[in-house]
Design a binder for this molecule. Sequence first.
Ligand code: ADP
Length: 483
Amino acid sequence: MKAQIKPGKILINNEWTEAASGKRFDVINPATETKLTDCAEGDLEDVNRAVSAARRAFEGGAWKKMSARERGRILNRAALLLDKYRQEIAELETLNNGKPVSETLHVDLTLAIETFEYYAGLADKIHGETIPVNGPFLNYTLREPAGVVGQIIPWNFPLLMAAWKLGPALATGCTVVLKPAEQTPLSALRLGEILIEAGLPPGVLNIVTGFGPTAGAALARHMDVDKVAFTGSTDIGKLVMKMASETNLKRVSLELGGKAPNIVFADSNLDDAVNGALRGIFFNQGEVCCAGSRLFVEQSIHDEFLNKLKTKAERLVVGDPLDPKTQMGAQVSQEQFKKILGYIEQGKKEGAKVVTGGAPAHTKGYFIKPTVLEGVTNQMTVAREEIFGPVVCAISFKDTNDLLKQANDTVYGLSAGIWTRDIGKAHRFAKEVKAGTIWINCYNQFDAASPFGGFKQSGFGRELGEHALELYTQVKSVWVALD
Ligand code: ADP
């Protein structure tokens, strides 16, 4: 084992400190239900200190003077270091989150590295424009960093969400106070060490570990934070927006929940679609905001499709996340574990039938069997609320127009999948489904260059790609009289 588990501290001004209150909280391994270590419990006072450090770094000093190209070099070095420490960080993430090490090694780490590489390359390509205007004037725009940024991230992809947030923020020249989820703070702290090793000057990245209602809320409310970027549940996203608007009207971007339709037509390649349905819901134990949790299956193939899905779901290896052969690990916490089992019971009460799974997979650890529910209607609680677990709700459909209505009949709009060999139908659906990402004959594809974000109550603002630069910059228009 390469991962080193050590007590977590708060990072302010490139120094590791205890919380002002001296308080600490436990960090749990969800696969064993035992304590891994503990972490400083930051709150208002720590956030105030972190924001002051970020403000000083933004307004003066090495970061402000640094060229964009040099910022890019730091991000590139961070990518190289993440690769160098890949095994160690993958194990750390697995121990803290419960997800399989095969995924942390090859998905989380790979995508995090590519995110830093991508924004390293973009750092020196952020520029304004010259605009032809009436009269004897030169008009041009400057694209300036947003300022001090608060970033609040969730526990399902702890390292990757930190990378999605930090890559564009640092490329644009912002300074950051990052608040990792209290369940999974360890990989973000390791990333902090790596960014310091890569050459990030003091105060540019500050990390305050702690709880949402204290540390998170302090950041969302802070009068000297210029922008808050949040990924998490829709309820807390609404709260973050409210706090931002009640205080200094800081800019907000939100990446929230989802209840994605994954639509399988009879004319699709069934085996591919089965694999896509499987990946769509069981990847990362279903703790994915864009999970394909509403599986719409055309009636004529419904039974055959569900049989195949059941067989494959039952073959998935659920167990020790550190075993390279494991395909599904533990849910992140006892709270999530109980919540998911509660949803399965609710589904049964409302008339859904358990095709497979529906129960804990082991006696120790927060493992849940891959679960397929059939006979679900789009009105049932399990089809309306985000379960955030390995539970797929199969809904049979006959009529294509009605299907489209049902697919869009949700408060969410993060993603959707469509399986068909009819390209006209595929593109028509891609246009009609109200969601930020559409996967045609594939699912859960990501790339640092491709934008990701929600329609409707799945949030607003686009992360990744060049679009994310808009979240962390503001445009200034400059007029020059020519005579
Ligand atoms: P989940 O319900 O999936 O745990 P949350 O939306 O509660 O997701 O958490 C996502 C992130 O938001 C975490 O970092 C959490 O600490 C933070 N958070 C939770 N409550 C608040 C709050 N009231 N204000 C600010 N941040 C919060």
